[in-house]
Design a protein around this ligand. Structure first.
Ligand code: ADP
Length: 337
């Protein structure tokens, strides 16, 4: 019997007709402890649903399934349990760990809720403006122009959101495929900085970049790495206000974080900084420190999440350092071989 149980890929034990555990495989001993044989199943799994499932399977000579939510150390776990009647009045109870599946289902539900909410806000605003325009007639051309301007802003906001969602999904789709085209990071940063100079005029900030003496060429995806640079520099311009924004690029023969030769790209601002409590969550989809401010500045809450996935595709790392009142530094480490 033990041999058969040990061949099962899931944690499993057998409960006899008196309710005592009469056999268990190695995974079940690891999960519930080495002393479960001879104890009642109610003692082993203290959960009424599991108990009911075993009772039902025994009484009806059938199979009954249920879910068991538990906590181990500080981790919430979900097991899918099957209690099956087997010969000799025994019940085979198997435990399938479905925590990862449950988590990804929850993440998917949250994502759909967030996207719907983000799209609903500009849509509601547009509907309101359209109704007002309809009632207004053609007698107030100036007010009409201003309402059309509002509609344009809201449409641009939806457009940015949809573009960011598409970028995120295309990055995620290719995340397992490591990019392999040589990319000159110095040229890429110089081009990106030139293309973003226009934005600095409004914020009175300055982008400062001193190119390194040696070329920094890595294997990567040029478009995606450009997106990383754009998102980080745009954030610095948006959130830091006036002041210098320092962009850095350096190579290291050995980068301890990556345990290989690497390059480091930094974007550093002297803006308001970010409180430590927010830093671990900044790369979550739709996480914003100040949602109102981000939306007013045209943010979608997806920029750093896109950066995280691109960096992960390049087998790199991202580190964020920030001090309230002093500024923030976003550092990207990428392998160079
Ligand atoms: P968003 O579209 O809102 O800018 P991001 O994912 O790019 O979304 O950034 C998430 C949040 O991180 C922002 O809403 C902002 O609160 C904060 N943040 C990002 N970069 C900076 C920065 N340089 N200075 C201060 N806060 C920042």
């Amino acid at each position: 019997m033990t041999n058969l149980l040990n061949a099962f890929p899931l944690a499993s034990f057998i409960v006899g007709p008196e309710g005592y555990v009469v056999g268990a495989n190695e995974q079940a001993l690891v999960l519930f402890g080495r002393d479960i044989i001879g104890r009642t199943s109610v003692e082993v799994v203290r959960n009424p649903n599991v108990h009911d499932a075993i009772e039902h399977a025994l009484a009806q000579k059938t199979r009954k399934q249920c879910d068991w939510n538990t906590t181990q150390a500080t981790t919430d776990l979900v097991y899918h349990i099957t209690a099956s009647w087997i010969e000799a009045e025994d019940i085979l109870v198997t435990f399938r760990d479905v925590t990862d599946i449950e988590q990804s289902l929850r993440a998917r539900r949250e994502f759909v809720t967030n996207v719907s909410h983000e799209l609903k806000t500009p849509l509601t605003a547009m509907l309101g403006v359209l109704e007002t325009l309809q009632l207004m007639g053609s007698s107030e051309p100036e007010a009409q122009q201003s309402f059309i301007g509002m509609m344009q802003q809201e449409t641009q906001r939806m457009n940015r959101l949809v573009s960011d969602l598409l970028s995120l999904s295309s990055v995620q789709a290719n995340e397992r495929i490591r990019p392999s085209t040589p990319v000159d990071l110095c040229a890429l940063l110089e081009e990106t900085i030139t293309s973003l100079q226009g934005l600095t005029l409004q914020s009175h900030s300055q982008l400062l970049f001193t190119p390194p003496k040696t070329a920094s060429i890595i294997l990567g995806d040029g478009d995606q790495l450009r997106q990383v640079a754009i998102n980080l520099i745009e954030n610095a311009i948006k959130y830091a206000g006036s002041g210098n924004i320092l962009i850095g690029l350096s190579s290291m023969a050995y980068q301890p974080l990556l345990r290989c030769k690497g390059v480091k790209i930094t974007v550093e601002d002297h803006g308001p900084g970010i409180a430590a409590i927010h830093i671990p969550r900044l790369t979550e989809r739709f996480y914003r420190v100040d949602g109102h401010r981000s939306r007013n500045l045209g943010g979608t809450g997806l920029g750093l999440s896109i950066v995280k996935h691109i960096v992960s595709r390049h087998r790199g790392r991202m580190r964020i350092k920030s001090t309230l009142g002093c500024g923030s530094q976003f550092a990207i480490y990428l392998p160079a071989n």
